[in-house]
Design a protein. Structure first.
Length: 151
């Protein structure tokens, strides 16, 4: 199965559009997607974007929850209220809307980041900070595991 891998930075044009990276477009094309479901990440200044399978995964969880529980109501608010559809134009561009800009701080460039079944859109500066933090956490975890395995 095609996956969203790697990352790339693309510039936003004068009309507010950005080209989705070619390797991401090939995944979208293989899946037959022209519309993207996009969601404001709950714990990062990023937009999660993918096909209907991304939305369906969240909605399946909602279907399994008790609709009278606050957690279910909160999840519905997040999935539906903080979500939007983005349309790919004929050349593989999307419009960088206020929905994207306000949550991410994106101004003139978009850093696209593959996440397997979906991808993210970041401001390049915030992505660089996040990448540094994630790498530091992984290194600390690796060192802790190595220390625990030493005799």
């Amino acid at each position: 199965m095609e996956r969203f891998l790697s990352n790339a930075v693309n510039r936003i044009d004068a009309k507010g559009r950005v080209s989705v990276p070619a390797h991401f477009r090939s995944v979208l094309q293989a899946r037959g997607l022209t519309d993207l479901y996009a969601l404001q990440s709950i714990d990062m200044a990023a937009i999660d974007a993918g096909g209907m399978d991304l939305l369906e995964r969240f909605e399946q969880r909602l279907a399994d929850d008790d609709p009278f529980m606050r957690a279910s109501d909160d999840m519905s608010f997040y999935v539906h209220g903080d979500g939007a559809f983005l349309k790919l134009d004929g050349t593989g561009r999307i419009t960088v809307t206020d929905f994207i800009r306000e949550h991410t701080g994106i101004s003139d460039e978009v850093h696209f980041v593959g996440r397997g079944q979906f991808f993210q859109m970041w401001s390049p500066e915030r992505f660089a900070e996040h990448r540094k933090t994630v790498r530091a956490r992984l290194l600390a975890q690796r060192e802790a595991q190595a220390g625990a395995q030493s005799p």
